[in-house]
Design a protein around this ligand. Structure first.
Ligand SMILES: Nc1ncnc2c1ncn2[C@@H]1O[C@H](COP(=O)(O)OP(=O)(O)OP(=O)(O)O)[C@@H](O)[C@H]1O
Ligand SMILES: [Mg+2]
Length: 292
């Protein structure tokens, strides 16, 4: 994605018009006929063909030659559209290195024009397994195929952004939501490392209390994480915490709310017991979280 960010400068207004027209055409076509791209873009067909050739060289589109000649965006094409939106909105000035590859996202470091460090999370749902997606994401309908990674990833980024906005406004320890475009989310950078990577904590009790306090705060905002574990908690060098990775959150009124809350708590409690020998019962933690 770094080379894509650098590549943004090599593309002109008409290139973006063609990419956006192609995106629009892909709502109805797997491969979009050139005539339709020309129609959406209001550019002459010859000009569109020239631009498509260049975009193909840049690996932003692929061509199908079958019953008809059609094009579709590649993952790089979608990334380019979203990154361009970030650049145009003045959100991102420098694109940094990769911070991590999640199962369902790529995470990068970046700087805003004012020099603030932010994190870019590109959602890539379905990269590992679509069976898993359908099992774990209640907002994904049946009949999902590999080519529908994009709308699902947009939805996932949108959900995470919505959750972060609510939680952050209620002072829950989560990254600050900054911006979202398509499948890409920009949020505040959290210094530190995942809880799972800590071999030693001077006061494990303080850390688990912080986690439970924030699970409780989130609960009283009406939100349950749904995938909480030692991998989705970042512990800062000052031993403060931040809870990340919210796209699968559920409302406390969801039919599986209780089950998911208990699972979240069990994951955290068993980690502390296993790793630091610190015991707390599930019922104690659960009462603390849900009581008014
Ligand atoms: N705001 C942030 N600040 C700093 N690092 C972050 C931030 N958000 C994510 N990361 C890093 O990127 C990694 C992946 O992020 P996240 O857990 O949100 O993605 P994911 O694809 O859902 O991961 P997985 O499915 O593997 O749990 C995190 O474990 C963390 O190391
Ligand atoms: Mg994660």
């Amino acid at each position: 994605m770094r080379w894509l960010a650098r590549n943004l400068r090599n593309l002109g207004a008409d290139d973006y018009t063609v990419l956006r027209s192609l995106e629009k055409g892909m709502r109805t076509h797997e491969f979009v006929p050139v005539d339709l791209i020309a129609c959406y873009s209001s550019l002459r067909k010859e000009r569109v063909l020239d631009l498509l050739r260049k975009l193909h060289d840049f690996k932003l589109v692929v061509r199908q030659i079958g019953d008809y000649v059609g094009y579709k965006l590649t993952v790089h094409g979608y990334d380019t559209l979203a990154l361009n939106a970030l650049a145009e909105s003045g959100i991102i000035e420098f694109f940094g290195s990769k911070l991590g590859v999640g199962k369902e996202s790529d995470v990068y470091d970046a700087l805003t024009p004012s020099g603030r460090r932010v994190t870019i999370k590109a959602h890539r749902i379905g990269r590992t397994s679509f069976t898993r997606v359908k099992r774990t994401r209640n907002y994904v309908k049946r009949g999902v195929t590999q080519s529908s990674w994009f709308p699902i990833s947009c939805k996932s980024a949108e959900r995470e952004y919505t959750a972060l906005r609510t939680l952050y406004s209620y002072d829950v320890a989560v990254p600050e939501p900054v911006y979202r475009n398509r499948h890409i989310l920009v949020m505040g950078f959290i210094e530190g490392k995942e809880l799972a990577k800590y071999r030693f904590l001077p006061e494990p009790r303080d850390v688990i209390e912080l986690i439970l306090e924030n699970v409780r705060l989130a609960y009283h905002c009406g939100i349950i994480h749904g995938d909480l574990s030692e991998y989705n908690v970042i512990v800062t060098p000052e031993l403060d915490i931040s809870i990340i990775d919210w796209p699968q959150y559920v409302s406390i009124r969801h039919p599986s709310a209780r089950y998911l809350l208990e699972r979240d708590l069990r994951n955290v409690l068993s980690f502390f017991e296993r790793k630091f020998g610190f015991r707390l019962s599930l019922s104690e933690a659960l009462n603390y979280v849900v009581e008014r």
